[in-house]
Design a protein around this ligand. Sequence first.
Ligand SMILES: Cc1cc2nc3c(=O)[nH]c(=O)nc-3n(C[C@H](O)[C@H](O)[C@H](O)COP(=O)(O)OP(=O)(O)OC[C@H]3O[C@@H](n4cnc5c(N)ncnc54)[C@H](O)[C@@H]3O)c2cc1C
Length: 415
Amino acid sequence: MSQAVRLRTAAVVGGSVGGLFAANLLARRGWHVTVFERVAEGLQSRGAGIAMHDELEALITAAGAHLSGPGGGRVDGRTAYDRSGRRLAYFHYPQVLTSWARVFNALQSAFPPADYHGGREVAAIEDGPEGALLRLADGHEVRADLVVGADGFRSTVRAQVAPEVRPRYAGYVAWRGLVEESELSERFRSEVFERYAFIFPGGSQFIGYCVAGSDDSLTPGRRRYNFLWYYPVDEDGELADLLTDAAGRRHEFSIPPPLIRPGHGETLRRRAAALLPAPFHEAVQRATQLMIQPIYDVESRRIAFGRIALVGDAAFVARPHVGIGVLKAAQDAAALAESLSQEPDVQRALARYQALRMPAGIAAVRLGQRLGAFIERRLEAPWTDPALGLRAERVIEISARLPAEHEVGDPACTT
Ligand SMILES: Cc1cc2nc3c(=O)[nH]c(=O)nc-3n(C[C@H](O)[C@H](O)[C@H](O)COP(=O)(O)OP(=O)(O)OC[C@H]3O[C@@H](n4cnc5c(N)ncnc54)[C@H](O)[C@@H]3O)c2cc1C
């Protein structure tokens, strides 16, 4: 007599890239997956340029998703400049810089809309021998054989299973901005627009590169220039002030860009005129919408708790110097799905997942700490402390890519 086989059920908390990678990969392996995402709609508008990697493309395909539209801005390598604009180093490394939204849209289109619940916040989780129980903020309860905590850097899931893990402020922020190519001077466009530039203006770090236009256009004249400027900011006075809006409300971890007080933007523009070589300071002067990203490290000691797994930023957040948040989330999801295919017992599969992914998460956090140490310690440049092993050549070689094979599993990352 044949018996109906019950589909195994997974509840994914967080419907951004990490959650959607996990959801698609598990669904393709026969799980019945439901995604709960706190934000009702509009996740696409997040983020700007992210670096495309061959492995990321392969994982998008493995998730059953298809990238559409033009690929993104192409750069042939990275160039480091000093404060006067003198070229310090060049590293040949062709890359495509695409948009976060392009990856998100591909993953979301691949997942059944009926199983993706936007505007549904998970408030609490209980694990038990027969399954996990999710309590939603609207009062509903959901049972699942597996819970994937893909709810980002301020994860509700992590706060419940590992409350001792807290984001640690790194002592600096990244100012981010986007400028329309058409707003930039002829000199900027011909000399630096298509370069992936690293500049070290006295104790800070500026990075700029071209990305597609707001309509995904790669036509010259319609693209945009994206920059990040890491700058030291004391936690108590200065950071609190940056995160306080005009109405006097102090925002905890970040402030919505329209609420940044205009005076802070003016200070940044004056600083750009004083510290950035021509023509780079134009990018800051002409950016219409500035954004402040305080830099934090998140390092979990465990990422598997019975039937509950943490993936992506919920598990580890490396500083943006490493530039692989999306790829790391995809790799976590792939390792989780693979572990659950190899090992039918969910708890044992999650233990296996943890063993596979902890070293990579730790290595990414350590690499970010090493690349940002000079800003955190208020040093003039990365090479001011030779013990960091970061001459300009090395900085541009190891930024914005996966830690080398030998660095994963070697949390000290001392090379
Ligand atoms: C400004 C900026 C620029 C970046 N640039 C790059 C880059 O160039 N390259 C790169 O690789 N990475 C970049 N990153 C990092 C990258 O965006 C993240 O690493 C990546 O999005 C992590 O995906 P995630 O799904 O783990 O977490 P997130 O994208 O943070 O998503 C978490 C989701 O969970 C939801 N959520 C939270 N709590 C709950 C709850 N209780 N219930 C339900 N849902 C919940 C949130 O609404 C959110 O949608 C950037 C990040 C920022 C902020």
